[in-house]
Design a protein around this ligand. Sequence first.
Ligand SMILES: *Cc1c(COP(=O)(O)O)cnc(C)c1O
Length: 337
Amino acid sequence: MTTVDLRSDTVTKPTPAMLEAMWSAKVGDDVFGEDETINQLEQKTAAIFGMEAGLFCPSGTMTNQIAIKCFTQPLDELIADQTAHVYRYEGGGIAFNSGVSTRLLNGYRGIITAEMIEPEINAENIHYPHTSLVVLENTVNKGGGSCYTLNDIKPIAQLCQDKGLKLHLDGARIFNALAHTGDKAIDYGTYFDGISVCLSKGLGAPVGSVLLADKETIKYARRIRKVLGGGMRQAGFLAAAGIYALDHHVGRLKIDHAHARILGEELGKLPWVSNVLPTETNIVLFDTVEPANAVLAKLAEKGIKALDTGKHRIRFVLHLDVHPEQVEYVVEVLKEL
Ligand SMILES: *Cc1c(COP(=O)(O)O)cnc(C)c1O
């Protein structure tokens, strides 16, 4: 039976060409700074985003958590949308790793504005935690792949600068956002103090994320990575997959977006679907009349895997291992469900 795995864009397998690049990587001990492939990946990613330096980490959770540690002190507070991955899906790491509290905002599909942030910045007062960081996510995972444009970000960056706050981007799917908005990656470096980029999501690498910041911050971030047990040795084999992904898998993201749009449009026509969120990038969120788990069971019988993100909500995520004929197959199944 066909299997179409729409659970996440993390389920992709390396392509033969990516494996070839991994096999032939030049490696060394990265804790000694001697893995030239990792050094190349870090520099390449930093250059793409107009940042000074990069740090290769095993996961996006680690790059985010290291950034939060770098940009805060214990007893500080950070501001993020209530859907934020750093808050919801990183195991409570903000409190555990950094001793920091979180002020949550109610954005629209995870998108927050300077007007929403400003009143939540604590005044200097012994009663209040010290607000020191704002975290944005682009695209917003739980928002269904919703995007900030750079024009949305500029007033937030300005506010942070005026108030002396750091600004971090959880860019797990930043290349999906760029493909949708047409903004330039190089301009992002101007507005953020830290950027986390995942290689293991839509870009299709098996492992890894890169944290970007200025040289001083990355120097400290390297210490924090070591403390967390993330000092890897000949991990250039993994970095090579990241370099390959940056060179070959960014341009194709618009294919995933087109596939998501097709599924979103079809779902909108079906009587058993009560609502489809706007499909901007590679994620489709929709609500079902029946409980979501009943729908998922029927899809599973047809070899289609997906996740529920609420009692009546299902998520489809498109990625490079979902081919056009599989999208057609999913459409046929949905129509007959
Ligand atoms: C996947 C993801 C991360 C990082 O996840 P890891 O599995 O730790 O690599 C961070 N932020 C968002 C929005 C994500 O979707």
